[in-house]
Design a protein around this ligand. Structure first.
Ligand SMILES: [Zn+2]
Length: 347
């Protein structure tokens, strides 16, 4: 590390558990943040500033005005320009720290592409908004022996827990029981950001705890036996920290059964925070320019940039990405979304 970098990270190097050796480890480190909403953008900002050398940010969505209340990497201009979150995040993070390599990927993590999207990672960070994707990440991390950090936030509260496969409790240890039943039925009725909202400070607290765990792991200072589940409510001021025991019969870290990785459980289509459905049935890329020309020639109101195309289909709005996915806003009905997709994009 040269003198300029030593000065840049001096306050972190002075922190004894990190020191210059820990800082050097951070510079060599590879972390992937899955999802770049409120949690993901706050974590990404903290890790880029801390000098984590290689950061990949995977997100399937685009910036909207309703994100700006809590998603700290984005600005009004990102929403006006219809930028995907991964693209806007990469731009902003490069401005924050040119010393780190940042790669934003516009995409949705699925059982088919998870190896490609998360490959090379030493650590996975949860910035997702749904439990299905978290269990998919857990299956991938446990199977490959990769540490990851679970985190979630809704309303004024949130929680986070680092997971060291085989050494500390995994997400299936926590969320499922010995009969192999998960509690997705109960979860279906749980409040989400969509029904009860979410506070920026709640996301900030949980993201800070998640980023601190990440820095500790990447600097080589984490003890798996010390992993704890921390819950926090910024409205009531109640915080709890507890050790979660591994379950011997856990189907993931005990019995090596990975149904989410095998694609037996479909990711949920309805997204958090909005009245919209994502379609990702098409396995091939789209030529957005050709599609835009055809739609405009047929008299459709189209806006597009290098990353996506937006079409008004009143009362709906369809946003199409180059990877073939589309987000249809204005409905929660997957059959309505599918029919709009088929009409304008094809099968
Ligand atoms: Zn487990």
């Amino acid at each position: 590390m040269d003198a300029k970098l030593r000065e840049r990270y001096s306050r972190q190097i002075l922190f004894a558990p990190i020191g210059e050796a820990g800082q050097e480890r951070l510079r060599q480190a590879w972390a992937v943040i899955v999802g770049c909403g409120a949690l993901g953008s706050a974590v990404a900002g903290l890790l880029a500033r801390a000098g984590v050398g290689h950061l990949r940010i995977v997100d399937r969505d685009f910036v909207e005005p309703s994100n700006l209340q809590r998603q700290t990497l984005f600005e009004e201009s990102d929403a006006q320009e219809l930028l995907p979150k991964a693209v806007a995040a990469e731009r902003r993070l490069r401005g924050i720290n040119s010393d780190v390599e940042i790669h934003g990927i516009v995409g949705d993590v699925t059982p088919e592409n998870i190896g490609e999207l998360l490959g090379n990672a030493e650590l996975l960070l949860d910035g997702t908004d749904n439990f299905e994707t978290r269990l998919l990440i857990n299956d991938y991390a446990v199977k490959n022996g990769l540490p990851w950090i679970y985190a979630a936030v809704v309303a004024s509260q949130g929680l986070t827990m680092p997971i060291h496969p085989g050494e500390s409790a995994c997400l299936a240890c926590l969320a499922e029981d010995d009969s192999g039943e998960d509690d997705s039925g109960r979860r279906a009725n749980e409040p989400t950001c969509d029904t009860v909202g979410v506070l920026g400070p709640a996301a900030g607290v949980i993201a800070s705890l998640e980023a601190a765990s990440a820095i500790k792991i990447l600097a080589g200072q984490a003890q798996p036996r010390d992993a704890r589940l921390i819950t926090a409510d910024v409205w009531t001021g109640r915080f709890h920290s507890m050790r979660v025991p591994r379950r011997e019969n856990c189907r993931a870290c005990g019995q090596a059964q990975f149904p989410y990785l095998e694609g037996e459980a479909q990711p949920r289509l309805t997204m958090c925070g909005r009245d919209s459905v994502q379609i990702h049935e098409r396995g091939r890329r789209l030529d957005l320019n050709a599609l835009g020309r055809n739609l405009a020639a047929a008299g459709n109101p189209v806006r597009q940039n290098d990353f996506l195309l937006r079409l008004q289909v009143p009362p709906y709005e369809m946003t199409v990405f180059a990877d073939g996915r589309a987000i249809i806003k204005g409905t929660r009905d997957t059959s309505v979304a599918r029919s709009i997709y088929a009409r304008y994009i094809g099968g």
